[in-house]
Design a protein. Sequence first.
Length: 170
Amino acid sequence: MKALEEHEFPVPKAVDCNRHCVIMSLVQGYPLVQVKELQNPETIFETVLGVIVRLAEHGLIHCDFNEFNIMIDDDEKVTVIDFPQMVSVSHRNAQMYFDRDVECIFKFFQKRFNLSFQVNTDDNEDSDADTDETGWPSFSSISKSSGFLDKELAASGFSRKDQEDIEKVH
């Protein structure tokens, strides 16, 4: 959590840890699942989706990114919680976990806040290359060049060979 905070992800402040216990700052707000109305649901949706993409750009997949693990305060500030399942983008199931996280957010915002999403069927070069045919972020098009938090955190799926490959490049 401390590494995520240092990279300006919207997470609680890590205070201390001991074995399997993490002490973190109190998050003011409510789990998104309890929120019935938002002033700016589109903005919150984009913010939340942006966190999923940024995590992947930094080498990580949350693996449990849903309305139960997103806190929102009265000013509609988002905080993400619950990271024990996090894996590396090198994990053999990373794409499946990424797609599941994205799908969960799309479905929740569609159902709870009646957001509708345009499916991008345009095959011209102006179409958004960062999305797939559903208009959702595409795991394969995400640049994983923003950092190696998976390495730093020894996230599941980050192998010794991955480490050796990084050391060859640097």
